[in-house]
Ligand binder design. Structure first.
Ligand code: PDD
Length: 280
């Protein structure tokens, strides 16, 4: 059975309903997090909760629960599903209120939805690598907020899918920002390069983890914008996300990346990443 948390209750999926007037449903007025569960344990839970809180703050919404409650409820969902490897999804919308183009009155309370679901680790793409295609970044200028508005991200990923690619790499004014659902990295002269964590990308939790791992491995990192041309001539390209972990990009728009096989730096980071996973 699948269990859904709706505010204070955990209920079977078929009993969980969304009100037509939910601001998330009407406006996409909400935020979310996806957290990996390995061996029954949430991975990097604290930074995910911090980012959820930040997203809420940035859209002027107060989270109804503190971290301890959120964490305890998440553990309950994982236990109910007897989950080993999967994801935890947490979404908070601004509440239920007849369609109003400004913030609702103060007595309207945010709505929390959460669930834990089995999802195998992305073994094929992390081992073999994936193809990526370039697409224009048509998103808004607050990509640092993990908003539930994912229309442009989904359109980009659909384009990738139609081109038999696993991810779309977005560019804005010649600068590579990030993947549709991942952060993007290149390796040039042995140095890892990635877009700075500003308003044009989501500050990925996996991204931050990788940058820490680079530090431990003595791999230099430059957090500066790089161009589409740098991407095309990179020694290595890889993406990171909660869902994709650290995945080599071996093909870009029908051209192989370097010799078309996963690069050495990417492999070192994958190994270091695997060493940090909880063993359940
Ligand atoms: N997406 N950038 C974008 C636009 C994303 O949607 C994601 C993750 C990331 C990587 O962030 P993190 O390492 O914290 O997962 C970067 C999640 C997995 C999703 O929407 O499914």
């Amino acid at each position: 059975m699948q269990w859904i948390l709706r505010n204070d209750g955990i209920m079977p999926r078929r009993q969980a309903h969304v009100d037509i007037d939910d601001r998330g449903y009407q406006f996409g007025d909400g935020i979310y997090e996806v957290i990996r569960v390995y061996g029954g344990m949430p991975f990097l839970m604290q930074p995910h909760l911090e980012r959820l809180r930040r997203s809420a703050r940035e859209i002027g919404m107060a989270l109804p629960w503190g971290d301890a409650t959120l964490s305890a409820r998440a553990d309950e969902l994982i236990a109910r599903e007897a989950l080993t490897d999967g994801i935890l999804y947490i979404q908070v919308t601004r509440g239920v209120c007849p369609r109003l183009q400004v913030f609702p009155p103060e007595d309207v309370t945010p709505q929390i939805t959460a669930y834990a679901r089995a999802m195998p680790r992305p073994r094929a793409e992390t081992i073999n690598g994936l193809g990526a295609c370039l697409v224009p970044d048509i998103r808004w200028l607050r990509c640092d907020i993990k908003s539930i508005n994912l229309l442009p991200n989904m359109l980009a990923r659909q384009k990738a899918n139609e081109n038999r690619c696993g991810e779309a790499l977005q560019h804005r004014e010649g600068i590579v920002t990030e993947g549709a659902f991942s952060n993007a990295f290149i390796v040039t002269d042995g140095i890892v390069r990635t877009h700075p964590a500003d308003n044009l990308i989501l500050a990925g939790i996996t991204r931050a983890h990788i940058l820490r791992l680079c530090g431990g491995l003595g791999i230099s990192v430059v957090e500066e914008p790089f161009r589409v041309d740098d991407l095309r001539h990179a020694e290595e390209i890889f993406i990171s996300s909660t869902a994709s972990e650290v995945a080599p990009v071996i093909r870009l728009d029908d051209q192989p990346v370097a010799d078309g096989s996963p690069g050495r730096v990417t492999r070192r980071l994958q190994a270091a990443f695997a060493d940090t996973l909880p063993k359940g």
